[in-house]
Design a protein around this ligand. Structure first.
Ligand SMILES: C[C@H](O)[C@H](O)[C@H]1CNC2=NC(N)=NC(=O)C2=N1
Length: 106
């Protein structure tokens, strides 16, 4: 990712979120929760972590016994939303789909 990530404007955030059904904004973070069994969640995390290492951008991940929550913000931009956050969200969607994770609204 860029050395000096640029925070997105409010309008850019609205447009980017529009292209990411299932993700919601929680302040300066975007989040999505998927239903998945615990061990499946562990496998999903490993796959996501491999991609995160490649792109140099990392989600905050909260695994529970029946669900997993991803939260993304850009720490290097002072915890603001940047294009890198939305890029990672799209990648997580693809990986979660491949793992059979279920979309949850919570
Ligand atoms: C040097 C390295 O690229 C940075 O520390 C990266 C790593 N992963 C990151 N992930 C996220 N979500 N935000 C960051 O600012 C960030 N910075």
């Amino acid at each position: 990712m860029a050395e000096n990530p640029v925070p997105l404007t409010e309008d850019e955030i609205v447009i980017a979120l529009d292209g990411l059904p299932g993700w919601r904004r929680d302040g300066d973070e975007i989040t999505r929760t998927f239903g998945i069994r615990y061990h499946g969640g562990v496998a999903l995390i490993v796959h996501v972590a491999d991609v995160e290492r490649l792109i140099g951008h990392h989600a905050d991940i909260d695994l529970r016994w029946d669900k997993i929550r991803f939260g993304i913000t850009t720490h290097d931009a002072g915890h603001k939303l940047t294009a890198a956050d939305f890029d990672l969200a799209h990648r997580i969607d693809d990986i979660a789909r491949a793992h059979g994770a279920e979309s949850l609204g919570r």
